[in-house]
Design a protein around this ligand. Structure first.
Ligand SMILES: Cc1cc2nc3c(=O)[nH]c(=O)nc-3n(C[C@H](O)[C@H](O)[C@H](O)COP(=O)(O)OP(=O)(O)OC[C@H]3O[C@@H](n4cnc5c(N)ncnc54)[C@H](O)[C@@H]3O)c2cc1C
Ligand SMILES: *[C@@H]1O[C@H](CO)[C@@H](O)[C@H](O)[C@H]1NC(C)=O
Length: 359
């Protein structure tokens, strides 16, 4: 029997990685160890992936690191395009992505590196067609995802094609995992987790996001499901709406607070999100009562990292033996978009390392 590949974490990164490993090697022994899976994670703020909007929104890179990481989005774009056509039950839906900036930002207006390379049909919206206050607008072919439905779909199709082992468990360190699964290759897809691991990566930090899941007024349903709009406001705030395909409602957001660990909704933020949306997305509000029909308030923590994504193999000496770890974390606010590209590279590193272990 080959030594197992043990993936720690079952967010979108862990699940995509497991899927890719199975695709490359149908005989690989795959174990996923995670505190939460899609079924239990839906309401937990610590299971970030189900809190993502989620849409595919490229942006101009502010640094070389951002540009490097943006390359992981290429494979995802192609994969999503294929899934939208062949597997609409994956929840991936093709729609128009729209960016509006209510202030001048040369990175956008000069179409900075990373912004236009991946998406198809990129167009700058002529000034005469822009809403009031908007200084720059662009649109492109994009995809929206209902992350809960998508991860469930991925995990179910994976279970059908290959016998994998799912272990629902919170671990305290990867060292503990290496004791539970001697000789295994460990893949670290823990996002924000393992805070109490002695080897916690101090470059990691959270960006808290609060969003509202709303029920759209019925008469605008079709229109809503045709695009996702992101407005960047002059004061630095964000106002976006993201339809969640397969009857997932509409995500209206959202806040971005670094180093904030409040894990329940903040009432003032909710009120603020509503006020920001009132003038920008008036159709979302009931025509008679003027109210927003809120189904749920989501709180999540984007797993950000100074220095960007960490995707590399490391050989650790545990004292009792050597263990290979492939790290794949630090996706911040773009983990869905980078999921497939990151999974491809991680799967290859994990498979080559488990081959080495066998020799
Ligand atoms: C409001 C909001 C909106 C977003 N919108 C978008 C978007 O539109 N597009 C986009 O691309 N991205 C978006 N993101 C970002 C995206 O959600 C993340 O980048 C992505 O979910 C990260 O996935 P992950 O698998 O690394 O982490 P997670 O989903 O957090 O998964 C981590 C996994 O590790 C497990 N784990 C952690 N610690 C332990 C432990 N000690 N023991 C066992 N298991 C453990 C957890 O249970 C979980 O299964 C958004 C995020 C937020 C908060
Ligand atoms: C595994 O990932 C976490 C991020 O969730 C990080 O803090 C930790 O340092 C990684 N583990 C090791 C042994 O590097």
């Amino acid at each position: 029997m080959p030594a197992p590949i043990v993936i720690v974490g079952a967010g979108i990164i862990g699940i995509s990685t497991a899927y890719k490993i199975a695709e490359i090697n149908p005989y690989a022994r795959i174990v996923i160890v995670s505190k939460d899976f899609p079924d239990t994670g839906l309401l937990s703020p610590y299971y970030t992936s189900s809190k993502a909007g989620a849409h595919f929104r490229p942006f101009p890179s502010k640094s070389e690191t951002e540009f490097r990481d943006s390359k992981y989005t290429h494979a995802t774009y192609q994969k999503f395009k294929q899934l939208a056509i062949e597997h609409p039950e994956s929840s991936i839906k093709l729609m128009t992505g729209v960016d509006y900036l209510e202030f001048e930002n040369p990175l956008y207006s000069s179409l900075g590196k990373g912004y236009t390379e991946v998406v198809e049909d990129f167009q700058i919206i002529p000034k005469s067609e822009l809403p009031q206050n908007v200084k720059f607008g662009a649109k492109y072919k994009s995809f929206c995802v209902n992350p809960h439905a998508y991860m469930t779909f991925m995990l179910d199709s994976l279970k059908l094609r290959q016998k994998i082992t799912l272990v629902r468990k919170e671990v305290y360190s990867l060292r503990q995992v290496s004791v539970l699964y001697p000789d295994s290759t460990i893949v670290n897809c823990t996002g924000n987790g393992l805070l109490y691991d002695g080897s916690h990566d101090s470059a990691c930090y959270s960006i808290r996001g609060q969003t509202l899941l709303v029920r759209p007024p019925l008469d605008y349903l079709d229109e809503f499901e045709s695009k996702t709009i992101t407005v960047q406001m002059a004061n630095g705030e964000w106002c976006f709406f993201i339809p969640r395909p397969l009857n997932g409602g509409i995500i209206l957001g959202g806040t971005k607070n670094q180093y904030c660990y409040q894990d329940t909704p903040v009432a003032e933020e909710t009120e603020h999100l509503i006020q920001n949306a009132k003038s920008r997305f008036p159709h979302l509000f009931d025509r008679k009562t003027g109210e927003l029909d809120i189904l749920r308030i989501n709180v999540g923590f984007r797993p950000a990292r100074n220095g960007g994504v960490r995707l590399e193999k490391e050989d650790l000496d545990t004292g009792t033996g050597k263990v290979s770890i492939v790290h794949c974390y630090g996706f911040g606010g773009s983990g869905v978009e980078m999921s497939w590209g990151a999974a491809e590279k991680t799967a290859e590193l994990a498979l080559s390392s488990s081959r080495e272990a066998k020799l």
